[in-house]
Design a protein around this ligand. Structure first.
Ligand code: NDP
Length: 451
């Protein structure tokens, strides 16, 4: 069976690929299992050198990778370049981390107690279509640094950058079989990885719904799982904030990647006293977002990933009044305009992850009300607080049930800081030194010193 990969900005085919099935998934796991003993035995400095070479190759091929990602996902080229830059940084970081993730000695009677960090074995990495290369690197970096071998399953819609990365892995000198890319359906090859007895862990990013399936399937073989799932993050603007700055940056916090971002601040909570001022400024700023051909240097927002996804996004806002609706090209492509709606936190648009360029603006009374609304969601991934009051900022970040928060900024992701969710946004942490814990086991050893 073949798979046609589409450019969402033109609806033109980009590639025709063979689709793997269960048999190919089993073969990939067998290759990874075969490569494991030698890979885990590579001396730390050599493993670090190989990862650093991979990082350098990503840098040297950055423009090509960015163009692949831009065409396959419909991402503006400037953003795609930034993402590829992060991929290189991720491999540099984990190259440096290889020999800085170590065990302990622990006081014990009658001998010496110590811990070792052991790799897990073969790990299955299942990634989504919104940030294909970035999210692959967040999992590959720590998995390889810890000495695991990998079967990476990109999303069917966006496999092209992972396939190119697999070539760079070999060019870097990482042995055959250490990284295996499997192009196929989640319900077939993804499911097989989850069930496979030789796969020790699944690192998953995607919907909460499929996350549940991963967790359920992993129970059979007591697989380790890390789940990075959906979000419905709040951008909380207090009356003492720099409202102008908060409103100017709010569009990029929700419409970036056409809103197809698990960290999208898609619920904008605004204190009533500054609600009208914020909404006016937010509308103006949204009207300036440049939507169009992703290959143009100044484009800020491209299309959605597919016609099916566009229909899903439309279902949230087609029947409700809009506070603002932007413009989109009339040419082919899965375009959807930046859309602002005024909402309550009980509306469907505020409760479910839309995963498109749709912002729900919700008023609140005071600090307690803001925290209550921010937490009134099954998700807990990201969010922002805008205030000039430092004590309030700290009170509110501690009170919001979310894994990643920023104050007077909209950032969620840094190479060196942990990333992951509370509640139904998942568990386990990616990035930073924390990610290494998810790709290793702690082994405790006691050595008797009695004569
Ligand atoms: P999915 O969760 O379906 O896809 C994520 C990955 O899981 C893909 O590689 C997919 O494979 C794979 N997959 C799908 N079904 C299974 C299965 N039964 N067993 C194992 N793997 C499976 O997300 P979608 O792409 O369908 O997006 C749906 C919604 O999920 C979005 O609208 C958004 O709300 C949310 N989402 C959240 C993301 C995040 O970053 N947190 C990322 C992407 C989506 P394939 O698609 O190739 O068949």
């Amino acid at each position: 069976m073949t798979l046609t990969v589409i450019d969402p900005a033109t609806e033109e085919p980009l590639a025709e690929l063979e689709q793997a099935g269960v048999e190919e998934a089993d073969e990939a796991v067998a290759r990874a299992k075969g490569a494991y003993p030698a890979w885990r035995a590579v001396a730390p400095a050599d493993r670090a050198r190989l990862l650093r070479r991979l990082a350098t190759l990503v840098e040297e091929n950055a423009e090509e990778l960015a163009r692949i990602e831009s065409h396959n996902v419909g991402k503006p080229i400037a953003g795609a370049r930034g993402e590829v830059g992060m991929v290189a940084q991720v491999f540099h970081f984990y190259a440096g981390a290889v020999d800085k993730h170590f065990g302990e000695t622990i006081p014990a009677a009658g001998g010496e107690a110590m811990t070792f960090r052991e790799p897990l074995g073969v790990v299955g990495l299942i990634v989504p279509w919104n940030f294909p290369l970035n999210i692959s690197s967040w999992k590959l970096g720590p998995a390889l640094a810890c000495g695991n071998t990998v079967v990476l399953k990109p999303a069917e819609l966006t496999p092209l950058s992972a396939l190119r990365l697999a070539e760079l892995v070999l060019e870097a000198g990482i042995p055959e079989g250490v990284v295996n890319v499997l192009v196929g359906k989640g319900s077939v090859v993804g499911q097989r990885l989850i069930e496979h007895p030789d796969v020790a862990k699944i690192g998953f990013t995607g919907s909460t719904e499929v996350g549940r399936l991963v967790m359920r399937g992993a129970a059979e073989t007591i697989k380790r799982v890390t789940l990075e799932l959906g979000g419905k993050s709040a951008n909380v603007i207090f009356e003492d904030a720099d409202v102008e700055k908060a409103a100017a940056s709010a569009p990029y916090a929700v419409f970036d990647n056409a809103g197809q971002d698990c960290c999208a601040r898609s619920r904008i909570l605004v204190q009533k006293s500054v609600y009208d001022e914020f909404l006016d400024r937010f509308r103006d700023a949204t009207g300036r977002v440049k939507v169009g051909d992703p290959s143009r240097e100044d484009t800020e927002m491209g299309p959605l990933i597919s016609a099916e996804h566009r229909a899903k996004v439309a279902s949230y806002v087609d029947a409700v009044p809009h506070a603002f609706r932007g413009e989109v090209p009339e040419s082919a492509g899965f375009w959807f305009p930046c859309t602002i709606v005024e909402a309550t936190n009980d509306d469907r648009v505020a409760r479910e992850e839309v995963f498109g360029p749709v912002a729900a603006v919700i008023p609140f009374e005071d600090e307690a009300d803001a925290v209550r609304i921010a937490n009134d969601t099954p998700y807990g991934l990201s969010g922002s607080i805008w205030t000039r009051d430092g004590a309030r900022a700290l009170r509110v970040v501690r009170a919001i049930e979310s894994g990643v928060l920023s104050v007077n900024a909209n950032t969620s992701v840094r190479v060196q800081t942990p990333f992951g969710g509370f509640k139904q946004s998942g568990f386990g942490r990616e990035l930073g030194m924390h990610a290494l814990d998810g790709y290793s086991e702690v082994k405790s050893v006691f050595v008797s010193t009695e004569e």
